[in-house]
Design a protein around this ligand. Sequence first.
Ligand SMILES: *Cc1c(COP(=O)(O)O)cnc(C)c1O
Length: 206
Amino acid sequence: MEKKITQRTKAIIAVDYAGQPCDYDSLRAIADRHNLILIADACHSLGAEYKGKKVGTLADLTAFSFHPVKHITTGEGGMVVTDNAEYAGKIRRFRNHGITTDHRQRSKDGTWYYEMVDLGYNYRLTDFQCALGLSQLRKLPGWISRRREIAAQYDGAFAHIPAIRPLRVLKDRKHTYHLYVIRLGQEGSEADRSVIFDSLKKMGSV
Ligand SMILES: *Cc1c(COP(=O)(O)O)cnc(C)c1O
């Protein structure tokens, strides 16, 4: 990754593929060395951990998706978390047409005043979606344990089949299994994914 960095690079975006966090200590060191912002795409890894630290605390900005296929859903939508006040302000403006304050803040401050200072969009989650998201959040721990149970069953079932190699889970990570990824075929003789998929489909397994 470091070889790809040029004068024009502004940020590193790391994807916690399948639900296992990336190596954030190394990413942080590279980001600091080149003065880059570190962004985590944690759409697969809500609830996961790296060296005892939760996803969402590992990068400057962390993005989550609440699309229906993800760990929890709000129908559509997502969330960015950061502990940087400047980024938080920018993102709040960006989701609200580039406007400096929202209606809640104006009523709190007792003022009508606002400015449109940036280009922005309407990326606001509705209150209905947030209510759904909060009730989903309460169910998250149970769903993560169930995903881990199922993954452990697969691990056990595949342990003695050399042609199926599951994605390795590293010791210092806690995986939350948005996906259970396997590599097919022995070393040097990769199996064709579509052939396997079609056969499974014929057997009624997918
Ligand atoms: C789902 C997903 C996204 C996109 O999420 P949206 O809510 O559809 O914008 C981005 N990155 C990864 C890794 C995802 O899994």
